[in-house]
Ligand binder design. Structure first.
Ligand code: 1GP
Length: 270
């Protein structure tokens, strides 16, 4: 949910000294109630945005139920905070954003969507095809598009394979800068450097530094980040936001999830 008079784009672009954290919830990997519980723990620990998506073949009913469950939980927390003299309502007013694998994984309950071009795909489907299918739906339901360049870096994982990406290699520092410039010249507002969910190597910090030279783009970095040290490397290289997904799904229980998220978020906030 959004704060009054705010768009998700203004929220995501707002200047912050520190790097902020996004929790990615994959609706294929937990039921909506579990997703909402995990999302609330994430917000308690300082995560400032929830992405919903990831897998390529999740039907939209499941994506929608997950968005609804998370939004309802956030609304309850806002209400509870409003009744508590020490409560902070604003900390619960955070956007729920679709991070879709394609035009099938959409929901009108989301505040916004990373409206992405997978810039290093060799497939028309991921450059413009899915976007053509999704745009009328997004307009109809008023889901705010965040114009996003999406770049899959080695190792790339499943998104690299499914998305038919010419993977950015760790040494492709100039290439990533050209992609960032191109994204900026197209008018994209966000650039997402992705190593693939569950990657055994995070995005090379030299690539992050190179992309960060385009300071008119909001820089998101994700894939393979599980520890405070890894998150700090990405933050120090210039990421505005760090995305983690597997970390949440792999947590043994709520206490373990709290400990892991707090460690990552405090490392990037300092
Ligand atoms: C995947 O970048 C995200 O799209 C998150 O990756 O699951 O490895 O945290 P992880």
């Amino acid at each position: 949910m959004l704060r009054d008079d705010e768009t998700t784009l203004s929220y995501i672009s707002s200047k912050s000294e520190k790097t902020r954290h996004i929790t990615l919830i994959d609706p294929a990997k937990q039921d909506p109630e579990t997703a909402a519980i995990r999302a609330m723990i994430a917000v308690e620990c300082g995560s400032e945005m929830i992405f919903v998506g990831g897998s390529t073949d999740t039907p939209d009913e499941i994506v929608h139920s997950t968005c609804v469950a998370i939004q309802e939980s956030l609304e309850l927390r806002v209400f509870a905070a409003s009744q508590d003299p020490n409560g902070n309502e604003e900390s619960w007013k955070i956007p729920v954003v679709l991070f879709p694998g394609g035009a099938h994984a959409l929901s009108p309950a989301a505040d916004a969507i990373t409206f992405m071009m997978l810039m290093n795909s060799k497939s028309r489907k991921f450059l413009i095809g899915e976007q053509l299918r999704g745009a009328p739906y997004l307009q109809k339901f008023g889901v705010e598009p965040l114009p996003t360049g999406y770049l899959v870096c080695a190792p790339g994982g499943r998104v690299g394979e499914v998305g038919d990406a010419e993977l950015i290699q760790p040494e492709d520092v100039e290439l990533v800068h050209s992609y960032a410039l191109t994204a900026s010249m197209y008018g994209f507002k966000v650039l997402y450097l992705e190593a693939g969910s569950g990657a055994d190597k995070q995005v090379n910090p030299l690539l992050i530094q190179s992309a960060a030279k385009c300071d008119d783009l909001v820089l998101l970095v994700g894939g393979g980040i599980r520890t405070a040290e890894q998150a700090k490397i990405a933050a120090d290289a210039g990421a505005n936001w760090i995305v983690t997904g597997t970390l949440t799904e792999d947590a043994e229980d709520s206490d373990d999830l709290r400990a892991k998220l707090t460690s990552v978020i405090s490392a990037i906030s300092s």
